[in-house]
Design a protein around this ligand. Sequence first.
Ligand SMILES: *Cc1c(COP(=O)(O)O)cnc(C)c1O
Length: 389
Amino acid sequence: MVNEGKLSLENQQKLDKLQEELASARDTFLGYPVSKDFDYSELNKFFQYPINNLGDPFEQGTYRVRTHEMEREVIAFFAKLFRANPKDFWGYVTNGGSESNLYGLYIARELFPKAMVYYSESTHYSVRKNIHLLNIPSIVIKSQENGEMDYEDFENTVRMNRHKPVIVLATFGTTMKEAKDDIGRIKGILSNLAIQDHYIHCDAALAGSFGPFMQPRLPFDFMDGADSISISGHKFIGSPIPTGVLMAKRSNRDRIAKGISYIGSFDTTITGSRNGHSPLFLWYALKQLGVEGLRQRYLHSLAVAEYCEAELQKIGVNAWRNPNAITVVLPKTPQSIKDKWQLATEGNISHVICMPNVTKTQIDEFVNDLKNCTEQIIEEEFSYDFSLS
Ligand SMILES: *Cc1c(COP(=O)(O)O)cnc(C)c1O
């Protein structure tokens, strides 16, 4: 054993304090889309192995301390859930939705190097950076009030640039309002304008894992017209480590695959070394839950979100939700509420995301805090006093 030294008492206490802080922060947490109700303790034994999923999960590599088989099962699970062509799907477990989006855009750019990317102003902040990294020209489309893409603006903008191939970065579940861009409608517009060279990437980081259970269904998957789909694994499913999944068409991935003899595989993933534990967590969760378990998680979240919306309205708070959403949008709250419940705020709105671990009891406590709060909302103001006193 190389590291024989023991931690000093001081450092031991630091760890204990960190654990207390994490546990307490976890328990009052309504503003971010992260599930906390997981128990992966059965997998603790796998932390003694230097697992690395280096290379393409569907290829034989030379490094064998890996979880590629589980990773392939995770990909196959989502291929079915997202109605991919059984003979034409591919994917891998990423470090999160942002990397999955980068990959979707990367495939799109390799297929159509002269394309323009269109995305709405409600798109996740990481997408802009991805587009910049890939150096693809882009145009931002207006959003409607509910956060969904403004299809009229989209149609008019594409019409003006119709000599160029089109890449659409659609969002299924926007960050603030959980709005869903309608891929059926986007496809219809492209077909009306006779744009043949097009690629649709669906950023379903937030809502993809429960999208298939929505009633009525909203179009977002492969059968609806997506060419690739991203999800985050640590959001609705839950994971101790950030993780995500990228799903694409095998035929498109084949066009960018380049063999690397050093690892005996294809360098088809963004990073070289890849986390081999996170596919294991996802696999474990999906095997335990199955499709039915995921559906039950969604129905629970939906019921809590409906309850939260109704309870907020009862105390006079103007709360609302997009159709089928587990995110409740409300006007910005006072600072003390925002801090205690870790609410993300943008402009004048805030939100409560009813991830599967959120209970009606927590909602009651939150609503009660809001009802009894006497603090005024401080508007951010600029001071025009430039004196340097
Ligand atoms: C969370 C999120 C992302 C980024 O995913 P990470 O897993 O945090 O990298 C991208 N898009 C949307 C819509 C998201 O909700």
